[in-house]
Design a protein around this ligand. Structure first.
Ligand SMILES: NC(=O)c1ccc[n+]([C@@H]2O[C@H](COP(=O)([O-])OP(=O)(O)OC[C@H]3O[C@@H](n4cnc5c(N)ncnc54)[C@H](OP(=O)(O)O)[C@@H]3O)[C@@H](O)[C@H]2O)c1
Length: 250
């Protein structure tokens, strides 16, 4: 059986959809925080289990019977998230999972200024120490995040964002397909594969493709960008810092 976490989130839903194309529903389980959000999957014959990374007592049952476990990295940042991932790793060992696929990010490093990359690195270290057979899929930056930059940066025919470099923006759909291809191929032997789009594009290039318009590029200061972020209601401070740093492509 394959158990997939985060199946009520954006990527996880797509992974389940892709998995259902190639595996029978009876071989798929999902581990989710709110089982009522996965009722449509239960109706298709998927085994729906309650699993919260922050409630270790839920996880061994949630992963019960899993030969392969897909761990969609959780939300949040820092030690709390790494601890939550550690709970998942411990439960996977206890449940006797024979192969674990974790969604990491390209640039995973202890020295990054971008907190998610430090968190992914620490999780990969824990996976390595666990003795589990694992594949850590190093995802490119999500195209959806690129679209967020456009939603605040494109105005009156201009693209107003800080200085940036080229990025391999990658769609959730492509990543879901790649993940399921690796699930199907148990002989796949790369431990840290990089999954990104083939072309790296600057904000200018991708904005032009996205809007089909020629935009005037205006490079704004970090301070001005921060002001734009401050105008967004309820955007957590840690996320503002992340967006500022990812706009610098550190
Ligand atoms: N590569 C990139 O550019 C990039 C960008 C953004 C995020 N990410 C990472 O990629 C992951 C997937 O992205 P996404 O777009 O699918 O995000 P998403 O829609 O927010 O999905 C995150 C999923 O993680 C689940 N989750 C969060 N905390 C959990 C916990 N304590 N226990 C169990 N499940 C938990 C959520 O459960 P609920 O459905 O119950 O909320 C949700 O299903 C993110 O969580 C983040 O780690 C990567």
């Amino acid at each position: 059986m394959i158990v997939i976490t985060g199946a009520t989130g954006t990527l996880g839903q797509l992974v389940v959809e892709e998995a259902l194309k190639v595996f029978p529903a009876s071989e798929i389980g999902v581990s989710v925080r709110d089982t009522s959000k996965a009722a449509h999957l239960a109706a298709q014959g998927v085994s729906v289990r309650e699993g919260d990374f922050k409630k270790p007592e839920t996880l061994t049952t949630a992963f019960n019977g899993a030969d392969q476990l897909v761990v969609i990295s959780g939300n949040g940042q820092g030690d709390e998230l790494v601890q939550a991932h550690n709970n998942v790793i411990n439960a996977a060992k206890e449940a006797g999972v024979s192969r674990l696929l974790y969604t990491s990010q390209i640039g995973s490093s202890p020295a990054s200024y971008f907190q998610p990359m430090v968190d992914h690195f620490k999780t990969e270290e824990l996976l390595d120490q666990s003795g589990l057979n694992f594949v850590s899929l190093r995802h490119g930056f999500y195209s959806a995040s690129g679209q967020f930059f456009f939603s605040i940066g494109i105005k009156d025919g201009a693209l107003r964002l800080p200085k940036n470099g080229p990025i391999n923006w990658t769609t959730h759909e492509d990543l879901a397909q790649g993940l399921v291809a690796i699930l199907q191929d148990e002989s796949f032997d790369q431990q840290l594969p990089v999954l990104t789009s083939a072309r790296a594009l600057t904000m200018e290039e991708i904005a032009q493709e996205y809007t089909q318009e020629t935009l005037t590029r205006v490079v704004i200061s970090d301070e001005e960008f921060y002001e734009q972020l401050n105008a967004i209601p309820n955007l957590p401070e840690e996320q503002k810092k992340c967006l500022l740093i990812s706009s610098m492509q550190v």
